[in-house]
Design a protein around this ligand. Structure first.
Ligand SMILES: [Zn+2]
Ligand SMILES: [Zn+2]
Ligand SMILES: [Zn+2]
Length: 169
């Protein structure tokens, strides 16, 4: 199954929720975090974060550049990459390694592990804390004497909504 994060997938859209609430919460959290840490939440950083939060689908860097152009005609790929690096560093977004794309984090205010459930039908990525899974993983890594730089578990499949639709097809 091919995955295109921004290509018109509305026919497969998952059930609506108060997504405006997700965006507001994410931007407010970013403002608070940057303020506490003395990090600069510049207009371009904010814009990139807002674009990533347009949905719960993973977004590729070049799609961000396309979407940023109308409001920031001078934006270059490096501008977007620098903003992405900043947002990752601050824990406001995560890189979905297997898709080479990015999602917003809705729990950026606490340190957490990364278990990502990636739906191949609607393209939504759900972040789960799954503390037991991650602590089992951590002890396995420790047993191996391995020094992890970063770790994330990415699971591909169908979200609950899409699994129901597939079953009814
Ligand atoms: Zn939402
Ligand atoms: Zn997160
Ligand atoms: Zn889905």
């Amino acid at each position: 199954m091919t995955f295109r994060p921004s290509a018109g997938q509305t026919q497969k859209a998952p059930p609506a929720h108060d997504h405006a609430g997700c965006i507001t919460q994410a931007i407010h959290a970013a403002e608070r975090l940057c303020c506490t840490r003395g990090a600069r939440f510049t207009p371009i950083r904010r814009k990139v974060l807002e674009l990533i939060w347009e949905s719960h689908r993973a977004v590729k860097a070049y799609d961000l550049l396309d979407r940023i152009k109308p409001s920031e005609p001078t934006a270059k790929p490096a501008t977007v990459y620098r903003a992405l690096d900043f947002l990752i560093e601050q824990g406001l977004i995560h890189r979905v390694e297997s898709l080479n794309a990015f999602i917003g984090c809705n729990c950026s205010e606490r340190e957490h592990e990364l278990l990502l459930l990636i739906c191949g039908r609607c393209g939504e990525v759900e972040e789960r804390p799954a503390l037991e899974v991650m602590s089992a993983l951590a002890s396995e890594i420790k047993d191996a004497g391995f020094a992890p730089l970063r770790k994330a578990v990415e699971v591909h499949g169908l979200c609950a909504h899409c699994a129901r639709l597939e079953a009814n097809d």
